[in-house]
Write a protein that binds this ligand. Sequence first.
Ligand code: NA7
Length: 541
Amino acid sequence: MNADTSSGVERFDAVVIGAGVSGLYQLYRLRELGLEVRVYERGGGVGGTWYWNRYPGARFDSESYSYAYSFSDELLEEWEWSEHFAAQPETLRYLEFVADKFELRRDIRFDMTMTGAHWQEAAREWEIFFADGSRVYARFLITAIGGFATPTLPAIEGRDSYAGEAYHTAQWPHRPVDFAGKRVAVIGTGATGVQVIQEVAKTAATLSVFQRQPNWCAPLLNRPITPEEQRRIKAGYKQIFALCNETFAGFMHQSDRRNAVEVSAEEREALFEKLYGEPGFGIWMANFRDVMIDARANALLSDFIARKIRSRVNDPAIAEKLIPTNHGFGTRRVPLETNYYEVYNQPNVRLVDLRETPILRMAPSGIVTTAGAFDFDLIVFATGFDAVTGGYSRLDLRGAGGRRLVDKWAEGPRTFLGLLHEGFPNLVTLVGPHNAATFCNMPRCIEQNVEWVTRLLARLRAQGRTRIEPTPAAEDEWTAHVLDGAARMLLTKVDSWFNGVNRNVAGRDVRRFQLYANGLPTYRRRCEEVAAQDYAGTVIA
Ligand code: NA7
């Protein structure tokens, strides 16, 4: 099976959708295997998430060196990160460097938006459609669209009537946007909103933050990497990746074996204080092991963070508005911040609490709340994404017998390993729902995903097999494993994109867990067991 262009129709062994972190690596591996692979990318360049999210302040919450690809010693040696938590332009440069180094671009077609794909049973291939009207065929369809392919604008009456400058953070212009002297509004206070607010506050004449719900934020504590640290990082890559692979979510932070509710108040406070003073996700990932499971433990941690917020915000009334009351620390994605709380001490910054004064509508000059009309020169929508399954619900994906993926997932995702799909032969979803990569220091899980898929395709090829599909029983078992594991976590009791809730999208107001919360080591072990048993749970033909 090769790329067949003789009839004017392009046929591939595998088509990969997306040229972000996972698509680039999948291309590299499948090409190495000798397959004919083509990547189609919606954007004008490589980078995926890091191509689109160019808003000021966009930056890693993962230690840069823990986010790097681990597969090439040469690449690890050549690339130098400048900061412990690199900003978006540097990450994009890194991914461009990777694409150049491994000559990946020759197999990528840019500005190509996939609109759907239909499985053709007789030919055992996917017919794949694009927005420009073209189509190609592939034995395997591998989606590498990430979890944040679909930005969502707020469902506010009159939104499009606003006549000033307005940008969603994930559709940011490629030219610099100047805030100086402008009256700026930011809607949204998730991980993105927090990053962008910190930047805008530096230069805007006025900044109004429209907050519907506060999130629990913690210090990032970023700084440049010194030459000595650079040497140590390069010498220690093996240990860094080994550590990440042992941890729950692939970060360099191993959880504490103790329970918060069992130690003394002094011991508890000491660990909270230590972690709050350390860079990165330690406060979330290296905390007492019960804080994400036991509501009492979580309340102790939340109380500690609340005290920190009160100590950083001058106006006590504003501090209270910034403290979440409807969910505990870490039960939604924790935004990491740099002087975020201090922003609210600035005279040019105003917090608009939408629980007290909801938005009524948007008008040509700005935003109207129950407290009155506010005029703006520029509005930033940091309103998030139709995350994870949302990227799939906009695709016309039809499997065997014309069955639609959106129908299959109508009551929530059902998958095998978050990678394979009953009724959708030869469809592989990297970073798919119910896949560990959705709750992970992404590249750590992405490398696992890609390497597992590569081994599978090598096995099929070696034995001349052309079709794989998981059994309904295997999917049932996997879905139960995912949901049972999640049920013990406090994060399933809260509205967030983790649970597929996005009130800007019709039908997305019911909690349906779409991540994987049993941890990377368990996920890896389960995937290894399936492979070791010659892909038990699938039918190969
Ligand atoms: P998030 O985490 O989904 O945050 C979106 C924010 O926008 C959040 O504060 C929302 O408030 C707010 N929002 C959404 N719609 C509205 C409307 N209609 N009115 C007012 N406010 C609204 O997205 P992010 O981009 O910050 O982060 C996504 C992931 O990207 C992140 O977790 C990282 O892993 C990378 P709400 O909380 O729903 O009340």
